[in-house]
Design a protein around this ligand. Structure first.
Ligand code: KIV
Ligand code: ZN
Length: 520
Protein backbone atom coordinates (compact mmCIF):
# COMPACT_ATOMS: atom_id res chain seq x y z
CA UNK A 1 0.00 0.00 0.00
CA UNK A 2 1.60 3.27 -1.14
CA UNK A 3 2.22 6.06 1.31
CA UNK A 4 1.13 9.59 0.59
CA UNK A 5 3.53 12.14 2.01
CA UNK A 6 1.98 15.10 3.75
CA UNK A 7 3.79 18.38 3.05
CA UNK A 8 2.56 21.04 5.44
CA UNK A 9 2.94 24.65 4.33
CA UNK A 10 1.03 26.36 7.16
CA UNK A 11 4.16 28.28 8.14
CA UNK A 12 4.86 29.49 4.60
CA UNK A 13 1.78 29.60 2.34
CA UNK A 14 -0.49 29.66 5.41
CA UNK A 15 1.40 32.60 6.82
CA UNK A 16 0.73 34.42 3.55
CA UNK A 17 -2.95 34.64 4.59
CA UNK A 18 -3.99 38.28 4.64
CA UNK A 19 -3.45 39.75 8.10
CA UNK A 20 -1.57 36.77 9.50
CA UNK A 21 1.90 37.05 10.91
CA UNK A 22 3.43 34.67 13.39
CA UNK A 23 6.39 35.48 15.55
CA UNK A 24 9.31 33.14 15.95
CA UNK A 25 8.17 31.44 19.10
CA UNK A 26 4.67 30.89 17.66
CA UNK A 27 6.20 29.36 14.53
CA UNK A 28 8.35 27.07 16.61
CA UNK A 29 5.40 25.98 18.72
CA UNK A 30 3.40 25.19 15.56
CA UNK A 31 6.35 23.34 14.00
CA UNK A 32 6.72 21.19 17.14
CA UNK A 33 3.03 20.38 16.98
CA UNK A 34 3.25 19.56 13.25
CA UNK A 35 6.07 17.13 14.01
CA UNK A 36 3.94 15.57 16.74
CA UNK A 37 1.08 15.31 14.26
CA UNK A 38 3.42 13.34 12.02
CA UNK A 39 3.65 15.43 8.85
CA UNK A 40 6.43 14.29 6.52
CA UNK A 41 7.63 17.71 5.40
CA UNK A 42 7.36 21.13 7.08
CA UNK A 43 7.74 24.15 4.83
CA UNK A 44 9.06 26.44 7.54
CA UNK A 45 9.20 29.70 5.59
CA UNK A 46 10.69 31.71 2.78
CA UNK A 47 14.17 32.56 4.11
CA UNK A 48 14.97 35.38 1.68
CA UNK A 49 11.73 37.20 2.52
CA UNK A 50 12.99 38.67 5.80
CA UNK A 51 15.55 38.19 8.54
CA UNK A 52 12.69 36.94 10.75
CA UNK A 53 11.73 34.26 8.20
CA UNK A 54 15.35 33.22 7.86
CA UNK A 55 15.78 32.87 11.60
CA UNK A 56 12.61 30.91 12.11
CA UNK A 57 13.45 28.43 9.34
CA UNK A 58 16.85 28.05 10.98
CA UNK A 59 15.39 27.64 14.47
CA UNK A 60 12.83 25.08 13.29
CA UNK A 61 15.53 23.11 11.43
CA UNK A 62 17.72 23.18 14.54
CA UNK A 63 14.92 22.03 16.84
CA UNK A 64 13.99 19.16 14.50
CA UNK A 65 17.65 18.10 14.32
CA UNK A 66 18.10 18.21 18.09
CA UNK A 67 14.96 16.15 18.60
CA UNK A 68 16.21 13.59 16.09
CA UNK A 69 12.99 14.02 14.18
CA UNK A 70 12.46 12.25 10.86
CA UNK A 71 10.61 15.29 9.51
CA UNK A 72 12.03 17.02 6.43
CA UNK A 73 12.38 20.81 6.81
CA UNK A 74 12.16 22.89 3.69
CA UNK A 75 12.46 26.56 2.81
CA UNK A 76 11.09 28.24 -0.30
CA UNK A 77 13.31 29.97 -2.86
CA UNK A 78 12.57 31.61 -6.19
CA UNK A 79 14.70 30.36 -9.06
CA UNK A 80 17.52 32.77 -8.16
CA UNK A 81 20.90 31.96 -6.72
CA UNK A 82 20.44 34.58 -3.98
CA UNK A 83 17.21 32.99 -2.75
CA UNK A 84 18.68 29.49 -2.93
CA UNK A 85 21.85 30.51 -1.08
CA UNK A 86 19.71 32.03 1.68
CA UNK A 87 17.50 28.94 1.94
CA UNK A 88 20.57 26.71 2.04
CA UNK A 89 22.10 28.83 4.82
CA UNK A 90 18.92 28.66 6.89
CA UNK A 91 18.77 24.88 6.41
CA UNK A 92 22.45 24.24 7.10
CA UNK A 93 21.69 22.85 10.55
CA UNK A 94 18.87 20.56 9.35
CA UNK A 95 19.24 16.80 9.46
CA UNK A 96 16.80 16.36 6.58
CA UNK A 97 16.90 19.58 4.52
CA UNK A 98 15.01 20.22 1.31
CA UNK A 99 15.25 23.28 -0.91
CA UNK A 100 11.98 24.13 -2.65
CA UNK A 101 12.53 26.28 -5.71
CA UNK A 102 9.90 27.54 -8.13
CA UNK A 103 9.27 29.55 -11.25
CA UNK A 104 6.04 30.39 -13.05
CA UNK A 105 5.18 28.47 -16.21
CA UNK A 106 1.82 29.84 -17.44
CA UNK A 107 1.84 32.14 -20.48
CA UNK A 108 0.37 35.01 -18.47
CA UNK A 109 2.95 34.74 -15.68
CA UNK A 110 5.89 34.24 -18.06
CA UNK A 111 4.92 37.17 -20.30
CA UNK A 112 3.48 39.68 -17.87
CA UNK A 113 5.20 38.96 -14.58
CA UNK A 114 8.56 37.43 -15.39
CA UNK A 115 8.92 38.89 -18.89
CA UNK A 116 10.85 35.82 -19.91
CA UNK A 117 10.47 33.51 -22.90
CA UNK A 118 9.57 29.85 -22.25
CA UNK A 119 13.14 28.85 -23.17
CA UNK A 120 14.53 31.29 -20.61
CA UNK A 121 12.15 29.95 -17.96
CA UNK A 122 13.37 26.39 -18.58
CA UNK A 123 16.96 27.59 -18.40
CA UNK A 124 16.30 29.35 -15.06
CA UNK A 125 14.55 26.29 -13.66
CA UNK A 126 17.43 23.99 -14.59
CA UNK A 127 20.01 26.40 -13.23
CA UNK A 128 18.06 26.78 -9.96
CA UNK A 129 17.69 23.04 -9.43
CA UNK A 130 21.38 22.44 -10.21
CA UNK A 131 22.39 25.22 -7.86
CA UNK A 132 20.18 23.84 -5.07
CA UNK A 133 21.63 20.35 -5.64
CA UNK A 134 25.06 21.78 -4.81
CA UNK A 135 23.75 22.21 -1.27
CA UNK A 136 21.28 19.37 -0.67
CA UNK A 137 20.21 16.03 -2.16
CA UNK A 138 16.52 16.74 -1.73
CA UNK A 139 15.27 19.42 -4.14
CA UNK A 140 11.68 20.20 -5.00
CA UNK A 141 10.82 22.08 -8.16
CA UNK A 142 7.43 23.81 -8.51
CA UNK A 143 5.91 25.14 -11.72
CA UNK A 144 3.93 28.08 -10.39
CA UNK A 145 0.49 28.45 -12.02
CA UNK A 146 0.82 24.97 -13.52
CA UNK A 147 -2.98 24.88 -13.61
CA UNK A 148 -3.02 27.48 -16.38
CA UNK A 149 0.13 26.25 -18.13
CA UNK A 150 0.42 24.34 -21.37
CA UNK A 151 0.76 20.65 -20.55
CA UNK A 152 3.49 20.03 -23.13
CA UNK A 153 5.52 22.92 -21.75
CA UNK A 154 5.02 21.56 -18.23
CA UNK A 155 6.20 18.14 -19.39
CA UNK A 156 9.29 19.75 -20.89
CA UNK A 157 10.21 21.76 -17.80
CA UNK A 158 9.56 18.86 -15.42
CA UNK A 159 11.78 16.54 -17.50
CA UNK A 160 14.49 19.21 -17.51
CA UNK A 161 14.14 19.72 -13.74
CA UNK A 162 14.40 15.97 -13.10
CA UNK A 163 17.46 15.74 -15.36
CA UNK A 164 18.97 18.61 -13.36
CA UNK A 165 18.44 16.70 -10.11
CA UNK A 166 14.94 17.53 -8.78
CA UNK A 167 13.66 14.77 -6.51
CA UNK A 168 10.09 16.13 -6.20
CA UNK A 169 8.09 18.01 -8.80
CA UNK A 170 5.08 20.01 -7.74
CA UNK A 171 2.05 20.92 -9.87
CA UNK A 172 0.43 23.97 -8.23
CA UNK A 173 -3.02 25.20 -9.12
CA UNK A 174 -1.81 28.56 -7.84
CA UNK A 175 -4.98 30.50 -8.56
CA UNK A 176 -7.48 27.75 -7.69
CA UNK A 177 -8.93 27.70 -11.20
CA UNK A 178 -9.14 24.01 -11.97
CA UNK A 179 -11.91 21.47 -11.57
CA UNK A 180 -11.14 18.07 -10.02
CA UNK A 181 -11.40 16.20 -13.32
CA UNK A 182 -9.14 18.73 -15.08
CA UNK A 183 -6.55 18.53 -12.31
CA UNK A 184 -6.67 14.72 -12.29
CA UNK A 185 -6.28 14.69 -16.10
CA UNK A 186 -3.33 17.10 -15.83
CA UNK A 187 -1.45 14.77 -13.48
CA UNK A 188 -2.33 11.74 -15.60
CA UNK A 189 -1.24 13.55 -18.79
CA UNK A 190 2.06 14.50 -17.19
CA UNK A 191 2.76 10.88 -16.20
CA UNK A 192 2.10 9.84 -19.81
CA UNK A 193 4.40 12.50 -21.22
CA UNK A 194 7.22 12.21 -18.64
CA UNK A 195 7.88 8.57 -17.69
CA UNK A 196 10.65 9.79 -15.33
CA UNK A 197 7.92 11.16 -13.06
CA UNK A 198 7.65 7.59 -11.79
CA UNK A 199 11.18 7.98 -10.35
CA UNK A 200 10.48 11.14 -8.33
CA UNK A 201 7.75 12.32 -5.99
CA UNK A 202 4.88 14.11 -7.72
CA UNK A 203 3.09 16.68 -5.61
CA UNK A 204 -0.22 18.51 -5.57
CA UNK A 205 -0.55 22.11 -4.33
CA UNK A 206 -4.09 23.40 -4.78
CA UNK A 207 -5.60 26.73 -3.80
CA UNK A 208 -9.23 27.10 -2.83
CA UNK A 209 -10.51 30.07 -4.85
CA UNK A 210 -13.45 28.05 -6.18
CA UNK A 211 -13.67 25.81 -3.13
CA UNK A 212 -12.09 22.82 -4.96
CA UNK A 213 -8.68 22.66 -3.29
CA UNK A 214 -9.29 19.42 -1.39
CA UNK A 215 -11.22 17.78 -4.25
CA UNK A 216 -8.48 18.75 -6.72
CA UNK A 217 -5.74 17.39 -4.44
CA UNK A 218 -7.65 14.12 -4.08
CA UNK A 219 -8.07 13.92 -7.86
CA UNK A 220 -4.29 14.40 -8.11
CA UNK A 221 -3.69 11.53 -5.70
CA UNK A 222 -6.06 9.35 -7.68
CA UNK A 223 -4.02 10.12 -10.79
CA UNK A 224 -0.75 9.10 -9.12
CA UNK A 225 0.53 12.05 -7.06
CA UNK A 226 2.46 10.84 -4.01
CA UNK A 227 2.77 14.08 -2.03
CA UNK A 228 0.05 16.53 -1.02
CA UNK A 229 0.79 20.12 -0.02
CA UNK A 230 -1.73 21.52 2.40
CA UNK A 231 -2.21 23.70 5.47
CA UNK A 232 -3.89 23.35 8.84
CA UNK A 233 -7.47 24.69 8.63
CA UNK A 234 -6.82 25.35 4.91
CA UNK A 235 -5.33 28.78 5.63
CA UNK A 236 -3.25 30.47 2.94
CA UNK A 237 -3.02 33.09 0.24
CA UNK A 238 -6.50 34.51 -0.66
CA UNK A 239 -9.10 31.73 -0.16
CA UNK A 240 -6.41 29.43 1.20
CA UNK A 241 -4.92 26.03 0.45
CA UNK A 242 -6.19 22.47 0.65
CA UNK A 243 -6.99 21.71 4.27
CA UNK A 244 -4.66 19.12 5.81
CA UNK A 245 -7.27 17.67 8.15
CA UNK A 246 -9.75 17.10 5.32
CA UNK A 247 -7.13 15.48 3.08
CA UNK A 248 -5.91 13.22 5.87
CA UNK A 249 -9.36 12.13 7.05
CA UNK A 250 -10.52 11.70 3.44
CA UNK A 251 -7.62 9.31 2.80
CA UNK A 252 -8.15 7.65 6.15
CA UNK A 253 -11.91 7.19 6.34
CA UNK A 254 -12.20 6.26 2.65
CA UNK A 255 -9.12 4.07 2.45
CA UNK A 256 -11.33 1.67 0.52
CA UNK A 257 -11.39 4.26 -2.30
CA UNK A 258 -7.87 5.71 -2.19
CA UNK A 259 -5.94 2.70 -0.94
CA UNK A 260 -3.18 4.83 0.62
CA UNK A 261 -1.63 5.25 4.04
CA UNK A 262 -0.48 8.47 5.67
CA UNK A 263 1.88 8.74 8.63
CA UNK A 264 -0.36 11.19 10.50
CA UNK A 265 -1.52 10.66 14.08
CA UNK A 266 -5.11 11.75 13.43
CA UNK A 267 -5.76 12.19 17.18
CA UNK A 268 -3.54 15.28 17.03
CA UNK A 269 -5.62 16.97 14.31
CA UNK A 270 -8.05 18.88 16.49
CA UNK A 271 -5.37 20.18 18.76
CA UNK A 272 -3.23 21.34 15.85
CA UNK A 273 -6.22 23.09 14.35
CA UNK A 274 -6.97 24.88 17.63
CA UNK A 275 -3.37 25.95 18.04
CA UNK A 276 -3.10 27.36 14.51
CA UNK A 277 -6.45 29.10 14.81
CA UNK A 278 -5.63 30.81 18.06
CA UNK A 279 -2.09 31.79 17.07
CA UNK A 280 -3.08 33.17 13.67
CA UNK A 281 -6.37 34.70 14.82
CA UNK A 282 -8.08 32.90 11.90
CA UNK A 283 -11.25 31.46 13.34
CA UNK A 284 -12.49 28.06 12.18
CA UNK A 285 -16.12 28.23 10.95
CA UNK A 286 -18.41 26.07 13.13
CA UNK A 287 -19.46 23.93 10.16
CA UNK A 288 -15.90 23.28 8.95
CA UNK A 289 -15.33 19.57 8.26
CA UNK A 290 -13.38 17.61 10.90
CA UNK A 291 -12.42 20.52 13.18
CA UNK A 292 -15.42 22.90 13.24
CA UNK A 293 -17.38 23.13 16.49
CA UNK A 294 -20.42 21.52 14.87
CA UNK A 295 -18.61 18.81 12.94
CA UNK A 296 -19.73 16.14 15.42
CA UNK A 297 -22.86 17.82 16.81
CA UNK A 298 -26.27 16.29 16.10
CA UNK A 299 -29.04 18.82 16.34
CA UNK A 300 -32.20 17.41 14.78
CA UNK A 301 -34.33 14.99 16.77
CA UNK A 302 -34.21 12.35 14.04
CA UNK A 303 -30.42 12.46 13.96
CA UNK A 304 -30.12 12.40 17.77
CA UNK A 305 -32.44 9.44 17.94
CA UNK A 306 -30.37 7.59 15.34
CA UNK A 307 -27.08 8.37 17.06
CA UNK A 308 -28.40 7.18 20.43
CA UNK A 309 -29.47 3.87 18.85
CA UNK A 310 -26.29 3.38 16.83
CA UNK A 311 -23.67 6.08 16.43
CA UNK A 312 -22.79 4.91 12.90
CA UNK A 313 -26.22 6.03 11.71
CA UNK A 314 -24.94 9.58 11.34
CA UNK A 315 -21.22 9.49 12.15
CA UNK A 316 -18.71 8.26 9.59
CA UNK A 317 -15.75 8.73 11.96
CA UNK A 318 -15.50 9.14 15.69
CA UNK A 319 -14.78 12.47 17.36
CA UNK A 320 -12.02 10.71 19.33
CA UNK A 321 -10.28 9.65 16.11
CA UNK A 322 -9.50 13.31 15.40
CA UNK A 323 -8.62 14.11 19.00
CA UNK A 324 -11.89 15.59 20.19
CA UNK A 325 -11.97 13.91 23.58
CA UNK A 326 -12.75 17.16 25.34
CA UNK A 327 -14.99 15.74 27.99
CA UNK A 328 -12.47 13.46 29.63
CA UNK A 329 -11.75 14.38 33.23
CA UNK A 330 -8.04 14.09 33.68
CA UNK A 331 -7.28 15.59 37.06
CA UNK A 332 -8.67 17.25 40.15
CA UNK A 333 -7.58 19.74 42.77
CA UNK A 334 -5.90 17.06 44.89
CA UNK A 335 -3.59 15.96 42.09
CA UNK A 336 0.06 16.63 42.82
CA UNK A 337 2.88 17.87 40.64
CA UNK A 338 4.02 14.34 39.77
CA UNK A 339 0.56 13.32 38.56
CA UNK A 340 0.35 16.58 36.64
CA UNK A 341 3.64 15.85 34.91
CA UNK A 342 2.44 12.35 34.05
CA UNK A 343 -0.72 13.83 32.53
CA UNK A 344 1.39 16.19 30.43
CA UNK A 345 3.43 13.21 29.24
CA UNK A 346 0.27 11.28 28.37
CA UNK A 347 -1.00 14.26 26.40
CA UNK A 348 2.20 14.25 24.36
CA UNK A 349 4.13 17.08 26.10
CA UNK A 350 7.29 15.18 26.88
CA UNK A 351 9.81 17.92 26.20
CA UNK A 352 8.78 20.67 28.60
CA UNK A 353 11.38 22.31 30.83
CA UNK A 354 11.00 21.94 34.62
CA UNK A 355 10.49 25.67 34.99
CA UNK A 356 7.68 25.65 32.44
CA UNK A 357 6.03 22.71 34.20
CA UNK A 358 6.17 24.61 37.50
CA UNK A 359 4.40 27.58 35.91
CA UNK A 360 1.81 25.35 34.28
CA UNK A 361 1.21 23.51 37.54
CA UNK A 362 0.48 26.82 39.29
CA UNK A 363 -1.99 27.73 36.54
CA UNK A 364 -3.56 24.27 36.81
CA UNK A 365 -4.03 24.70 40.58
CA UNK A 366 -5.65 28.11 40.02
CA UNK A 367 -7.93 26.50 37.47
CA UNK A 368 -8.92 23.75 39.92
CA UNK A 369 -10.08 26.47 42.34
CA UNK A 370 -12.35 27.92 39.70
CA UNK A 371 -13.55 24.88 37.81
CA UNK A 372 -15.08 21.67 39.09
CA UNK A 373 -13.76 19.45 36.31
CA UNK A 374 -10.46 19.94 34.53
CA UNK A 375 -10.33 18.20 31.16
CA UNK A 376 -7.54 17.26 28.79
CA UNK A 377 -8.68 20.12 26.55
CA UNK A 378 -8.23 22.62 29.40
CA UNK A 379 -4.71 21.39 30.02
CA UNK A 380 -3.88 21.57 26.33
CA UNK A 381 -5.21 25.14 26.20
CA UNK A 382 -2.97 26.08 29.15
CA UNK A 383 0.10 24.53 27.53
CA UNK A 384 -0.61 26.09 24.14
CA UNK A 385 -1.12 29.53 25.66
CA UNK A 386 2.13 29.07 27.55
CA UNK A 387 4.12 27.84 24.55
CA UNK A 388 4.57 31.31 23.11
CA UNK A 389 7.09 33.34 24.98
CA UNK A 390 6.19 37.02 25.07
CA UNK A 391 8.42 39.14 27.34
CA UNK A 392 6.29 40.41 30.25
CA UNK A 393 6.79 44.19 30.09
CA UNK A 394 3.30 44.51 31.58
CA UNK A 395 1.81 41.96 33.95
CA UNK A 396 -1.88 41.93 34.84
CA UNK A 397 -2.13 41.61 38.62
CA UNK A 398 -5.87 41.94 39.03
CA UNK A 399 -9.06 43.32 37.61
CA UNK A 400 -12.42 44.14 39.18
CA UNK A 401 -15.66 45.04 37.48
CA UNK A 402 -18.86 46.81 38.38
CA UNK A 403 -21.60 46.47 35.82
CA UNK A 404 -25.24 45.49 35.40
CA UNK A 405 -28.60 46.80 34.27
CA UNK A 406 -28.76 50.61 34.51
CA UNK A 407 -25.24 50.74 35.98
CA UNK A 408 -22.40 52.57 34.25
CA UNK A 409 -19.72 49.88 33.83
CA UNK A 410 -16.52 50.55 35.73
CA UNK A 411 -13.31 48.51 35.78
CA UNK A 412 -10.39 48.80 38.18
CA UNK A 413 -7.16 47.28 36.93
CA UNK A 414 -3.79 46.65 38.58
CA UNK A 415 -0.78 46.12 36.34
CA UNK A 416 2.89 45.65 37.13
CA UNK A 417 4.92 47.84 34.81
CA UNK A 418 8.62 48.61 34.54
CA UNK A 419 7.94 51.68 36.71
CA UNK A 420 6.25 49.66 39.46
CA UNK A 421 2.67 48.57 40.17
CA UNK A 422 -0.02 50.90 38.85
CA UNK A 423 -3.76 50.94 39.40
CA UNK A 424 -6.43 52.79 37.43
CA UNK A 425 -10.21 52.79 37.21
CA UNK A 426 -12.24 53.77 34.17
CA UNK A 427 -15.81 53.82 32.89
CA UNK A 428 -16.71 52.38 29.52
CA UNK A 429 -19.50 51.33 27.15
CA UNK A 430 -19.30 47.88 28.69
CA UNK A 431 -17.04 46.15 31.23
CA UNK A 432 -14.52 45.09 28.57
CA UNK A 433 -14.32 48.63 27.20
CA UNK A 434 -13.94 49.99 30.75
CA UNK A 435 -11.03 47.63 31.49
CA UNK A 436 -9.35 48.50 28.18
CA UNK A 437 -9.59 52.21 28.98
CA UNK A 438 -8.11 51.61 32.44
CA UNK A 439 -5.20 49.62 31.00
CA UNK A 440 -4.60 52.32 28.40
CA UNK A 441 -4.31 54.89 31.20
CA UNK A 442 -1.73 52.71 32.90
CA UNK A 443 0.36 51.94 29.83
CA UNK A 444 0.04 55.29 28.09
CA UNK A 445 -0.01 53.34 24.81
CA UNK A 446 -3.19 53.98 22.79
CA UNK A 447 -4.35 50.75 21.16
CA UNK A 448 -7.29 50.39 18.79
CA UNK A 449 -9.36 47.23 19.09
CA UNK A 450 -9.88 45.92 15.54
CA UNK A 451 -11.49 42.60 16.31
CA UNK A 452 -12.64 40.75 19.41
CA UNK A 453 -13.71 37.12 19.56
CA UNK A 454 -14.59 34.84 22.37
CA UNK A 455 -14.90 31.06 22.42
CA UNK A 456 -15.30 28.49 25.07
CA UNK A 457 -12.71 25.75 25.54
CA UNK A 458 -14.90 22.69 26.14
CA UNK A 459 -18.41 22.84 27.52
CA UNK A 460 -20.25 23.79 30.68
CA UNK A 461 -20.83 27.05 32.49
CA UNK A 462 -17.41 26.92 34.14
CA UNK A 463 -15.60 26.29 30.83
CA UNK A 464 -12.46 28.26 30.11
CA UNK A 465 -13.09 31.29 27.92
CA UNK A 466 -10.54 32.16 25.27
CA UNK A 467 -10.58 35.75 24.05
CA UNK A 468 -8.72 36.64 20.83
CA UNK A 469 -8.16 40.25 19.90
CA UNK A 470 -6.56 42.08 17.05
CA UNK A 471 -5.11 45.41 18.14
CA UNK A 472 -3.67 48.30 16.18
CA UNK A 473 -0.98 50.74 17.29
CA UNK A 474 -0.04 53.27 14.60
CA UNK A 475 0.77 51.14 11.51
CA UNK A 476 1.32 47.97 13.42
CA UNK A 477 -1.15 45.25 14.47
CA UNK A 478 -0.96 42.17 16.66
CA UNK A 479 -3.14 39.19 17.54
CA UNK A 480 -3.27 38.30 21.19
CA UNK A 481 -5.17 35.91 23.43
CA UNK A 482 -6.28 35.63 27.01
CA UNK A 483 -7.50 32.53 28.81
CA UNK A 484 -9.57 32.40 31.99
CA UNK A 485 -12.77 30.92 33.40
CA UNK A 486 -13.84 34.55 33.73
CA UNK A 487 -14.32 36.00 30.24
CA UNK A 488 -13.84 39.57 31.45
CA UNK A 489 -10.50 38.66 32.97
CA UNK A 490 -9.63 36.77 29.75
CA UNK A 491 -10.41 39.98 27.83
CA UNK A 492 -8.07 42.02 30.02
CA UNK A 493 -5.36 39.36 29.68
CA UNK A 494 -5.66 39.49 25.88
CA UNK A 495 -5.22 43.28 25.95
CA UNK A 496 -2.12 43.01 28.16
CA UNK A 497 -0.65 40.32 25.89
CA UNK A 498 -1.18 42.69 22.93
CA UNK A 499 0.68 45.44 24.80
CA UNK A 500 3.52 43.04 25.53
CA UNK A 501 3.71 41.98 21.89
CA UNK A 502 3.96 45.58 20.75
CA UNK A 503 6.60 46.25 23.40
CA UNK A 504 8.60 43.25 22.10
CA UNK A 505 8.27 44.32 18.45
CA UNK A 506 6.16 41.27 17.58
CA UNK A 507 3.65 43.15 15.42
CA UNK A 508 2.49 42.37 11.90
CA UNK A 509 4.15 45.59 10.81
CA UNK A 510 7.45 43.76 10.97
CA UNK A 511 6.31 41.33 8.24
CA UNK A 512 8.25 42.04 5.07
CA UNK A 513 7.89 40.47 1.67
CA UNK A 514 9.85 39.94 -1.50
CA UNK A 515 7.36 41.96 -3.43
CA UNK A 516 9.19 42.33 -6.67
CA UNK A 517 6.50 40.71 -8.76
CA UNK A 518 7.85 37.24 -8.26
CA UNK A 519 6.66 36.39 -4.78
CA UNK A 520 4.43 33.30 -4.80
O1 KIV B 1 0.70 28.53 -5.06
C1 KIV B 1 1.85 28.36 -5.48
O2 KIV B 1 2.10 28.26 -6.69
C2 KIV B 1 2.93 28.30 -4.52
C3 KIV B 1 4.24 27.82 -5.03
C4 KIV B 1 5.36 28.65 -4.54
C5 KIV B 1 4.42 26.38 -4.69
O3 KIV B 1 2.72 28.53 -3.34
ZN1 ZN C 1 0.53 28.34 -2.92
Amino acid sequence: MANIRIFDTTLRDGEQSPGVSLNQSEKQAIARQLARLGVDIIEAGFPVASQGDFESVQAIAKAAASEDSRVVITGLARAHHGDIDRAAAALEVATNPRIHTFIATSPIHMEKKLQLTPDEVVERAVDAVQHARNYVDDVEFSAEDAGRSDIDFLARIFQAAIDAGATTVNVPDTVGYMTPWEYGALIEGLFERVPDLHNVAVSTHCHDDLGFAVANSMAGVRAGATQVECTINGIGERAGNASLEEIVMGLNVRKDVWGHDVAIDTRELYRTSRMVSSMTGMTVPPNKAIVGDNAFAHESGIHQDGVIKAIETYEIMSAESVGRDAGVLVMGKHSGRRAFRKTLDDLGYQNLEDEQIDGLFRQFKDLCDRKTTVTSEDIRALVDADSVRVPQTFKLLGVQFQSGTNVMPVATVRVETQDGVKQEAAQGDGPVDASYRAIERISGVPLKLESYEIRSVGHGKDALGEVSVRMRHDDDTVFARGLSTDVLEASAKAYVEALNKFAAGMGLGSKTSTDNGQAP
